[in-house]
Structures are given as C-alpha cells and as structure tokens.
Design a protein around this ligand. Structure first.
Ligand code: GLC
Length: 533
C-alpha cells in the first residue's frame, strides 16, 4: 500500500510521534544508561502525555562508536539496552496502551565490527567484498576523491591489508554499505521483515538520502558559501556523495517490503533544501510516507520567516503528500536553547497545530535546555573531531522527579543532568497549570478532540503585525484560529465582527474558556488557540 491509497486518518497522519533517545530515557539496571525496561516502565507517562507513537533511536548490538548508529547486528539488542524478550515486552506493553513503536533503521552504514565488514575486508575477492564501497588509491596514494566525512576529515580510510580505501560518510568505524548490490538490498529487506514480524509499526530510516552515491565517484564541487565556523563537511556541496536519482528506486523497494504489513510507516531522515526534500515522497508517493521536515529547526525564529516557510512547504508538497514537522532531535540543539523558554512555548503550539504529523523530542516537553558538558565527560565522537559541534548537550537524561539523579538512575548518569533538575522534572511540572508540560499535554489533548487540528486544512491569516503569525485549521465546519506572538511586545488585535471566539488554550495559564468580544490582547510571547463559534 503506498501513501496514495491509505485513509486520511491513518494513525501516522492524525497522530504524533515522540522520540526517545534510549540511553537517556530511563535506566532500570543501575548502570547510568537508559534501557528497554526503563522505557517500558515509562510507557504510562508517554500514554498520559497523549502522543500516539514512540520512535526509539538505535538499540542494536553496537560498539557504540556513534552510540548505536554503528550497528554490528541488525537483528539483535545490545546488552546495554536489554534483550529481545525485553523488546517484545516493550512492544506488547506499548500496544496495550495503544501506542505505536517505530524503530530506527540504519541501512547506510554498519559498524566496522559487523561480520559482513569483517568478511568484506578479509580479501579483495571475498564474496562480501562488494557489500561495501572499495576504491583504489588515487595515483598519489591518497583517497580516491574529495569526499569528506560528516564528522570531519576524509570519508575514505585505507585498509592496509588489501590496499584499497573504503568509504564512510560518517566515522571510519561506520563503513557505508553498497546499496547498488542487490544482495545488500535483499539482506536489509530481511532485516525489515524481522522487525515487522515482531510487531513494529514502522521505521525512521537514518540518512536515507545517502544510500546511493555517484556511480563515477566524481569530486564534490566547492561550496562558495562555506564559512570557517561551519563543520568541515560544508566545504563542499554534497552533489555526488548523496541525493542521487537512483536512490528513489531503493526507497520504493523498501516501501514495498512494508506494504503487506498494513499501515506501517516509513519515515526518512533527510537534511536537504525544501524542493529536494519533497522529492522523497517519491514520484508516485511510493517512497517515504514522511520525509522528515527539519525546516523549523533551520529557519530563523521570526514570525515572517516561519509564515513564509509554512506557505512554501504547503505549496511544495506533492498532491496527496502528507506534511510533517520536527522541532528537535538528538542531533540538534534543544529548542529551549535555540529560542529561549518563553518562545519554546510558542514553538510547542506551532509544532502541534500546524498541518502535518509532529515529532516531539523527549525532554522538550519539560523545557530541557542545553546542558553544558565538562570536557572530561564529552561522549560524542563528533565533539572530539570538531569541538563545538558535539551533540551531548541535547542528549542528557530525562528528568522525572527531584530524587537522586532525577529519578533517571540510581547512579551518576552517562551524561550530566541539567542544573535545575530539582525543579525541572515531570513530577514537579505535571500538575502545575502554567508548566510547559501542561501546555504540551493540553495541546496533545486538543489534537485528539478536534479533527480540524489533526487532519484539517490550513490557511494563513494575514494580520499585518510583523511579530505575529496567525493561521486557521478547519474541518467539517469547525475553525480554530492560532495566533502566535514571536515578539516581546503586547498587541491589541481586532477580531472579525459578527463572529464569536472562545479561547481554547493560551500559553498563559487560566485563559481557556474565555469568550472574546471585540479585540484580543496578545501578551508578549503569548500564543492562543481560538475556536470559532
Ligand atoms: C543520523 C543520526 C545521527 C548519526 C548519523 C550517522 O544523522 O541521526 O545521530 O550520527 O546519522 O548514523
């Protein structure tokens, strides 16, 4: 079943996704690292919050060079996280609570420790040699072309024993698989089926636009806009190392593996400009159901810029392509760190009221901020290679209560907690009328109550005020107007005469239920949802 024929209310369209970074959600065995049983223990919280699906970052056996994004066995569970039995229990318990489970699938590269790679590097004529990407050295003995690793340095490492370079878009411990090889594709399809048979409801596919590289391995052109503070990878435009036309066949094939299993979802991780991003729905909507849209992360936080972004995205979507929005993930600075806490509340409203499937990142619902990491506690290999670009600050443990280690663990966690963990935690915030957690939960509740919010249409409402972005969502005669103040001044906004508006929600506590007449006074950094009645 491709995206075209599924019902408009299939769960991954009307629902919401919550990303769990498993190392940091809940430790159940006292080693300072989160695990599967920990997640299972917290499923009641996830259900209480009101999301529909949990996406879990990689849990497979791994040397953890890139914290699980270096997979040594695609069909197992790393002992740090538990066992396959723990996984089955998690899926069963999630389903019992009507929660879907989405796995992270990392097909572009394996770990250097994967048996496939051990075989491939054993000799030039090993049957698995062509499962990875090998090239002879350049005439001077150096790398075959100018492609760089996303974590800094060349993307090619010389295998001394066999005299050829292998390609790795990320760490040298993450050799890229050769997706032009049908045997690789078949093996990976079996991996998908293995997890589908265990009941998973879909996959988030890691760096899906990387799967196919230029057949001729041409040099990437220089990027004229490169700035010295940027990661080294930006020195070149990634024209030949990724986003190649043949990738769509590979993705469509993957989608076909999911098809017989019903309404499972295929989400693609894609960092590309808008016009390229939307191509990943596929020529016949037969590729990614949801090509992750990271544009809210990349757009300047101004009302006009965000309004333009939404208009442009809506216009760029292929007919029938379902939109989606992401505010944060384990690779990006926390939303609270990027725009501050008052605006993080506006961001929550935006994420949960725009048209399209929202993905929430664990911890954002309690306003977790950037946690500074002392040099001796740095974990992310990217930070070691290119200081300042590390992702540890957004991967710190979830804060549950004001007990030792914020209820995350019984020992010092693998990354530090935030300094305000005693007050910034679920237990403190869950009943506080003005907490960001309460705001998230109410928004998620409203999405369930109002089809206009979950599946309704979208239109921008021009108000003529620079710092204010307003739009409406409507469905079956119900209209909800969303008005967001991106600025620090209050605004008096006239409401259309002859219509009645009721405040459904305000980012300031205690406003809901008020019936408005005449003007709306929007406080600094205030966002409201009004129901037309
Ligand atoms: C994706 C993941 C990131 C990882 C990289 C390599 O971008 O989100 O965490 O380091 O792929 O697998």
């Amino acid at each position: 079943m491709s995206g075209t024929v599924c019902s408009p209310t299939v769960w991954w369209r009307s629902g919401t996704v919550y990303q769990v970074y498993p190392r940091s959600f809940q430790d159940s065995n006292g080693d300072g690292i989160g695990d599967l049983r920990g997640i299972t223990r917290r499923l009641d919280y996830i259900a209480w919050l009101g999301v529909d699906a949990v996406w879990i970052s990689p849990i497979y056996p791994s040397p953890m060079a890139d914290f699980g994004y270096d997979v040594a066995d695609y069909c197992g569970i790393d002992p740090i996280f538990g066992t396959l039995d723990d996984f089955d229990e998690l899926v069963a318990e999630a389903h019992r609570r009507r929660l879907k489970v989405i796995l992270d699938f990392v097909p572009n590269h394996s770990s250097i420790a994967h048996p496939w790679f051990t075989e491939a590097r054993a000799s030039r004529n090993n049957a698995r040699r062509d499962w990875y990407i090998w090239r002879d050295p350049a005439p001077d003995g150096g790398p075959p072309n100018n492609w760089l690793s996303n974590f800094g340095g060349p993307a090619w490492t010389l295998d001394e024993a066999t005299g050829q370079y292998y390609y790795h878009a990320f760490l040298r411990e993450q050799p890229d698989l050769n997706w032009r090889n049908p045997a690789v594709r078949a093996a990976m399809h079996d991996v998908l089926r293995f997890w589908l048979e265990r009941g998973v409801d879909g996959f988030r596919v890691d760096v899906i636009w990387h799967l196919i590289k230029d057949e001729g391995f041409r040099d990437n052109p220089e990027n004229p806009d490169f700035l010295p503070h940027q990661p080294e990878i930006n020195r070149f435009a990634q024209v030949y190392s990724a986003d190649r036309p043949e990738v769509f066949d590979v993705i469509a094939e993957m989608r076909r593996v999911l098809a017989p299993y019903g309404d499972r979802v295929l989400i693609g991780e894609i960092y590309l400009p808008m016009e390229r991003l939307v191509a990943y729905y596929g020529p016949d909507l037969d590729c990614a159901d949801l090509p992750f849209n990271f544009q809210l992360i990349q757009t300047p936080w101004r009302a006009d810029a965000v309004a333009d972004l939404v208009e442009n995205y809506e216009a760029a979507l292929p007919p029938g392509g379902w939109p989606n929005w992401v505010l944060g993930n384990h690779d990006q600075p926390r939303i609270a760190a990027r725009i501050g806490l008052p605006q993080a509340r506006i961001a929550a409203i935006l994420l949960l009221t725009l048209r399209g499937t929202p993905t929430l990142y664990y911890g954002d619902e309690i306003g977790l901020d950037h946690v500074s990491i002392p040099p001796d506690r740095v974990q992310d290999p990217w930070e070691r290679n290119e200081p300042g670009h590390g992702r540890d600050p957004e991967r710190t443990p979830m804060q549950w209560d004001d007990g030792p280690y914020a209820g995350f663990s019984t020992v010092e966690p693998w990354l530090p907690l935030s300094a305000d963990a005693v007050s910034r935690n679920v237990e403190e915030m869950r009943d506080a009328a003005d907490s960001i957690l309460t705001l998230y939960r109410r928004l998620l509740g409203l999405r369930r109550e109002h089809a206009s919010l979950s599946v309704g249409s979208y239109r921008t409402v021009p108000l003529g005020v620079d710092e204010v972005f307003a739009y409406e969502r409507f469905e079956d005669g119900t209209t909800i107007r969303v008005i967001l103040n991106f600025g620090e001044a209050a605004h008096r906004l006239p409401l259309p005469e002859g219509t009645g508006w009721t405040v459904l929600l305000s980012s300031r506590a205690g406003q809901a239920g008020t019936r408005l007449r005449g003007d709306l006074v929007l406080e600094p950094s205030e966002g409201v949802l009004l129901l037309l009645s």
